[in-house]
Design a binder for this molecule. Structure first.
Ligand code: HAM
Length: 420
């Protein structure tokens, strides 16, 4: 016997009816971006591994431990994309989109892959909707990006999403801060691996969740105290715009993101009902990323919202998200001639924008009516041999059970009138 297969570890299948919530969440994330002038971009599922090494950063867990990397038959080293920003910047540079009007505003929606330890809310294949705005370093643009994210969660009906905000400085002030931090961390009692991490990226040590580390880094210097004048001015303006936009946030000087390209404004949206995987979205400014991947100087700011975790957050808050129209009309043919009559009726209803379905498989009346009930439709059209002879269809209200004959040539109009 052939072995049966199941989806690989850390992945899951999206099945109806739950899959409707995913579609609705993606749509709720995309619609405000389109209204704000973001154009849709789709980049390949895989990119050259070096793009992520240089863009996202070799020292990050995402690149050093979590990438699905492979060598092609032609000898190329490729990786499934663990995130969307590097590929978008690569495409903007490759197609010289920066030569046109600035900022270049783009949004995307897709699958991402990280070989993480799976747990609730953390998967190896997950889904993000993202937004990137490139070409200007206007603090008002940081505020637009952040407030769009906040608005999306609010419009979805979520009340337990908090916005954590920080500034990570830039190429001028970060090295000064880094030196201060390294000096502080070097004086602590840390294991060898953590000591090594201090050399590679000391900021990440601040993100360590182990109690023995947390207990020691309480007095560590924070970036906010080391910001240069330009970064400070930028951050003050971002916060001013956010306040004007009615966005509330929590100043989080220890906020460290898992990707290396961030400069200045960084933020995370967290939800308190999700346990340890509380980040439902995150992003920030990445003014050096383009040059890092061989492009021109091109500042940028953006975020990615996790679709999977947002769906979990909706569940945690018991928010029902209205899915697309389910079945409205269910046709029940009794016999071959009735089926011949109803197949085009269903197609005509659909053409008129009515969600309609038919009892396929020549079931008897009882089984077909059960299917009609299960479909969620409010109206059933039942046609038997005697109805055909009389030129009518029985239109049944599945709510009240009431039924009346309607002339076949008035059927479409009658049903439309009843529904609207
Ligand atoms: P990120 O914080 O790595 O940022 O991911 C954004 C969101 O994707 C997370 O907040 C989370 O909701 C979701 N996510 C990440 N990993 C997983 C996983 N293993 N399972 C389920 N959900 C996950 C980025 O990816 C940046 N590219 C965001 C960005 C855009 N920054 C600037 N522009």
């Amino acid at each position: 016997m052939t072995a049966t297969f199941s989806a690989p570890k850390g992945t899951y299948d999206l099945l109806p009816p739950e899959s409707e919530a995913f579609l609705a969440v993606r749509e709720a994330m995309a619609a405000p971006l389109r209204r704000a002038g973001y154009g849709y971009i789709e980049t390949p599922t895989f990119e050259h591994t070096a793009l992520f090494e240089r863009g996202v950063g070799e020292s990050t867990d995402v690149v050093s431990k979590e990438m699905y990397s492979f060598t092609t038959r032609g000898g190329d080293n490729l990786s499934l994309k663990p995130e969307g920003t590097a590929g978008v910047v690569r495409a903007v540079v490759q197609h010289r989109l920066y030569a046109g009007q600035l900022p270049v505003k783009l949004w995307y929606s897709g699958s991402y892959y990280r070989y993480e330890r799976p747990q609730a809310g953390r998967y190896r294949h997950f889904s993000q909707v993202g937004a990137e705005a490139l070409g200007v370093d206007d603090p008002a643009l940081d505020a637009e990006i952040v407030s769009l994210g906040a608005q999306i969660y609010r419009d979805l009906g979520l009340t337990q999403v908090r916005l954590l905000l920080n500034s990570l400085g830039d190429a001028e002030c970060r090295p000064v801060y880094r030196a201060r931090l390294v000096e502080f961390l070097s004086g602590l009692d840390l294991d060898a691996e953590t000591r090594k991490r201090i050399e590679i990226n000391p900021l990440r040590v601040l993100d360590d969740k182990r109690p023995e580390v947390v207990a020691q880094v309480g007095d560590a210097p924070v970036m906010a105290d080391s910001l240069c004048d330009d970064c400070k001015a930028h951050y003050d303006l971002v916060r001013g715009y956010l306040a004007d936009l009615g966005v509330t946030w929590e100043e989080t000087p220890r906020l460290v993101r898992g990707l290396d390209y961030y400069t200045r404004t960084t933020f995370e949206f967290v939800h308190d009902g999700l346990g340890s995987q509380s980040a439902v979205g995150g992003g920030g400014r990445y003014d050096g990323l383009s040059e890092q991947v061989g492009g021109p100087q091109l500042p940028g700011v953006g975020w990615a919202l996790g679709v999977d975790r947002t769906v979990l957050a909706l569940k945690a808050e018991s928010v029902e998200i209205t899915a697309g129209a389910g079945c409205e009309v269910f046709a029940v043919p009794l016999g071959a001639a009735a089926k011949q009559c109803l197949v085009p009726v269903v197609a005509d209803l659909r053409r008129r924008g009515v969600a309609a379905d038919l009892a396929y498989g020549d079931r008897g009346l009882k089984g077909a009516m059960k299917a009609a009930d299960r479909s969620g439709a409010s109206i059933a059209i039942v046609v038997g041999e005697r109805d055909l002879e009389a030129g009518v269809a029985q239109v049944k209200d599945l709510g009240t059970g009431g039924q009346e004959p309607v002339a076949l040539d008035e059927l479409l109009e009658t049903i439309e009138k009843r529904l609207r």
